[in-house]
Design a protein around this ligand. Sequence first.
Ligand code: ADP
Ligand code: MG
Length: 923
Amino acid sequence: MVRGVTQQRLETEIAIGEGADPALPASDNGVRVTPMMEQYQAIKAAHPDYLLFYRMGDFYELFFADAEVASRALGIVLTKRGKHLGDDIPMCGVPIERADEYLHRLIALGHRVAVCEQLEDPAEAKKRGPKSVVRRDVVRLVTPGTLTEDTLLEARSNNYLLAVTRARASSPDAPSRFALACLDISTGEFRVSQCDRLALAAEIARVEPSEIIISDALYSDPDVASLWRGLSVVAPQSRDLFDAATAERRLSDYFAVATTDAFGSFSRLELAAAAACVTYVERTQLGRRPPLSPPTRETVGTTLLIDAATRANLELTRTLTGERRGSLLGAIDRTLTAAGSRLLAQRLSSPLTEPAAIARRLSVIDRFAGDPALRGEVRDHLATAPDLARSLARLVVGRGGPRDLAAIRDGLVAAAALAEHLERAIDAPTELIEATAGLRRPGPAISAELAAALASTLPLNKRDGGFIRAGFERSLDESRELRDESRRVVAELQARYADVTGIRGLKIRHNNVLGYFVEVTQQHGDKLLSAPHNVTFIHRQTLAGQVRFTTTELGDLAAKIASAADRAAAIELEIFERLTQMVTAACDAIKEAASALAVLDVAVGLATLAVDGGYVRPEVVSGPDFVVTGGRHPVVEQALLRDGGPFVANDCDLSPPAGETSGRIWVVTGPNMAGKSTFLRQNALIVVLAQMGSFVPARYARIGVVDRLFSRVGAADDLARGRSTFMVEMVETAAILNQAGRRALVILDEIGRGTATFDGLSIAWATVEHLHEVNRCRALFATHFHELTALAANLPRLHNATMRVKEWRGDVVFLHEVMAGAADRSYGIQVAKLAGLPDAVIERAKMVLSELEAQDRASSARQLIDDLPLFAAIPRTKSRPNEAPGASALHTALASIDPDDLSPRQALEALYALKLAAAKTEE
Ligand code: ADP
Ligand code: MG
């Protein structure tokens, strides 16, 4: 193996001078540019933003700056080969058999790669004359959002390309509109939606794209520039991609339809985004068209809006440290197929807001949950279903192999078998009936033909041959017989030669350079080189230990074998193309079966979860209700279960009190570690689960549809995100107070902790009042400011809840139980004692505390309630988010300074004062 590589590398070194000719005219400064370098530079110039993988023999080589970038990124040796304009050419190379692995790493690092292949046999090029260069061109642009290879993709995640377009506001006051088109070419999913500036970041977070394309103009627009800078996957593109005038035509061309009307009615803005996607795909796939579903519109308001911070905070699809394990998705995923897992992630990322649509999904789970036998059968079949969608996409773009055909065969067989079972199921809900019809769509012919054609063990690559079953095609069988027969004759010939020469160790071998040859050890070499054997044996090569010969007879035989083998290979490739054509022609039907499989997988998976985990069907209704009885945290519960501990279930009721139309706010107090954060999050997660169409971990749940979900954790608690600045906390709180409407659910955990006590308390206080009086949304507010509980006296929809703790011989025991009422104390000192603080410190802290308690902060808060005018009575000044709060203080201080009037010492003091003021602003 090692020798093989060295040898190929040697050939490459020779090839670098490909087309080099000493008689070539010298360029201006007296140095020659070889024709190969000319070709390289022309190709590179056409793809300036890409690292160019330039195929030479068994390597992809990179040159110049590309080589430097790649060698650093991949940790491979940077060499120098040949000269260009008098300088050494930096070069590094990647062996083709490991190219996918290197591509994967480069893409993951955010690079894009242009793959340039040899388009003819180097022998062909030579025939054109010694100076000619092997024809090469780029066959594919590899970008993060346009991958199809299994080795480059995560099986259980979608890989989205997202295009964003914007319509400028008609007047300065009107908000701009944005259209988003997202596309996964590895599965064919294609969706379009619209939103405004406020929802844009949340929409992008929902899709979690691997690559975002926007126009150069949008990229540099000040209104959105900060958003793009915060995303690592944005790739600005030239404006022609986003041209609205040609969008409709580009889309209908792609789908080969006369007009896009058949897909539904799209705005110009949406068409432009969708067209940008397909044009970008055509460009990167060099004209090949992966099998996309026609774009479907996601109507505004049909999904629950969840912004990026809330997603991260609730750890919906990954934990704060970026892992799937430990996230909600990780906890509820009982799917058996990669496609099912992808669909589950999609549904979790886009919970619905339509009670009827949610109920349709829940009914299927109900059906499966109540029928263990059916569930078992369906799971057995699903377990045998490979990833139909991705194999299909690879076959259509010409990157498929024999194993992709086998995947189609097995997937279709599983689909048909499943349909059989489901048709026998009685009382099937609508979604199940539809899925069953989808499974039937491709019919039995395709899988039957594939089953007849494909051999039982398959090579990865079609060029390796041997994947068509014997007996499938006569001409192939004949060529193979001829080839194998000749191979037998070679074996006979070897025996005969050994006999005639008396050299028992004589072997007939084969390699790619010499073809077939006779090989004997050095000591026997002379014998064949002299009479009488030298008449038959013609010397080819002498190596250190062996001498190699050929014979006329062997030459003839080799030619026969080669032609039979070539013919067999050609026939196999022909059959492969034919089968691929057949599959491509049935593309839509196969895709439908694939998505039906995914739908079933999700339903059965969620039903399994519901049964195993004791989940119930939630009642999802319109209106402001919110009742969860015996609710549990799906992730914490599983973690505790593994450690053998019980999870304490808790109730939550945010429904409007009698006579009110807006929901309640719960202020939850209690010591550290008592379970406040867990309680808050479990209720948010129950909403997400219910609205995605899953059962929920509770004894009973009645959820009035939530349209926006917000969850924030105070800066001091938000250590995992590594952004524990008070500013971030305030920016995020501002977003909630500005955006949450009546149907929102707001989770605020320890807001106001990141600053001095009285500041924090005041902010928390005002925030609760605002939520109650202005936003009028349902909310859960965990806080260590016990003073806030006093607000319940004046705010009718405020409810105080606290975590039960027991004190036992001076220690605190957490019961994790939520009950009505306010915590009377923090138990901070008890917690500190549990944590092992020295006794002396604990004792001293107790003394200080009792001193402070003498001043009775709590009663002063009650005083506050009486003294302060009610929040609603305060004239509401419109907030101006752009103005940093401390900036004006700094301005005032600056304005009061007259530099001409200061002594040097005063100037210095003024400077210190300003710095101090500035530092306070940043806090
Ligand atoms: P707080 O926010 O009040 O400081 P957390 O919600 O972070 O408390 O909970 C602290 C720990 O207590 C959790 O990590 C979990 O192990 C445990 N816990 C929380 N709620 C429960 C519960 N309902 N049942 C059992 N254990 C719980
Ligand atoms: Mg907490």
